[in-house]
Design a protein around this ligand. Structure first.
Ligand code: DGL
Length: 276
């Protein structure tokens, strides 16, 4: 594949990655972007390694075909289950000069300066928790930090169904937070390890005891991408500028349009595509 100049690709299983895209565009407004949501097959959080890997690879391939030299997996589940295999096994023959980056590493790098008790809790999908990606990555950088995970299987459906502000959501938000703190009462920092969770921020804050810090990923991922492009001028020069963003979904365009406006607080035009 020849070395293309094109938009930065941002991929998520659904709408969650829009929270990351928003922060990236705030920090790097000059570039063009393509956002791809695999809404027809969301959620990924309960799917097996094989399936998340296959779906994520299809999305990365599509974004490469559309000219993206760089793809951000704005999904913890995909970053946990597919990123390493794609980087190590697929990129070398698919497009050796292209790059795929995830959201876990930038979050983990930031955590060392946030926690004082050195006890950190991770709230994430079943898939991300089961993968052990957060504890493994945190241990590599900060061996003194104690990490406890809590799967929150109902949080993504609450967001995808736009129930994140409803009274009904209270029960499931408090349930997972209480369960995490029961496992380790010394936790002073929660990582919101799923890109959907910033939409639940108001409720998460309400049910989190004061003194516990909440770490959402968008700003860290955006700062890390900025730094990456600074350190890699060969990639920076392949990212097209113009400030445009194209939105693609595997579900109905009308449905995506309606929900995306909630995440981004703006109207967007969307095109439906098929992944295979
Ligand atoms: N937004 C994805 C993440 O960050 C999860 C959503 C899903 O389960 O598909 O993990």
């Amino acid at each position: 594949m020849k070395q293309t100049v094109g938009p930065i690709g941002v991929f998520d299983s659904g709408y969650g990655g829009l929270t990351i895209l928003g922060k990236i565009r705030e920090s790097l407004p000059q570039y063009n972007y393509i956002y791809l949501g695999d809404n027809a097959r969301t959620p990924y959080g309960t799917r097996s390694f094989e399936v998340v890997y296959q779906f994520t690879l299809e999305a990365v391939r599509k974004l490469f075909e559309l000219g993206c030299p760089l793809v951000i997996l704005a999904c913890n589940t995909a970053s946990a289950k597919a990123l390493r295999s794609i980087q190590q096994c697929d990129l070398p023959h698919l497009a050796p000069a292209n790059r795929v980056l995830g959201v876990i590493r930038p979050t983990v790098e930031a955590i060392g300066t946030v926690t004082r008790s050195r006890h950190v809790g991770v709230l994430a999908t079943v898939g991300t928790i089961k993968s052990d990606s957060y504890p493994l990555e945190i241990k590599k950088l900060y061996p003194d930090i104690h990490v406890t995970g809590q799967a929150c299987p109902l949080w993504v459906p609450l967001v995808e169904n736009r129930e994140y502000a409803s009274d009904g959501a209270d029960y499931f938000v408090s349930k997972y937070i209480d369960s995490l703190l029961d496992k380790d009462p010394l936790i002073d920092t929660f990582i919101l390890g799923c890109t959907h969770y910033p939409l639940l921020m108001e409720k998460i804050r309400r049910f989190t005891p004061p003194g516990i810090r909440l770490v959402a990923q968008g700003e860290y991922v955006a700062a890390s991408l900025k730094d990456y492009l600074h350190r890699h001028p060969e990639m920076k020069s392949r990212c097209s500028v113009g400030g445009q963003c194209e939105f693609l979904t595997t579900e109905s365009a009308a449905k995506f349009q309606e929900s995306a406006s909630v995440f981004l607080q703006q109207e967007v035009s969307v095109r439906r595509i098929v992944l295979e």
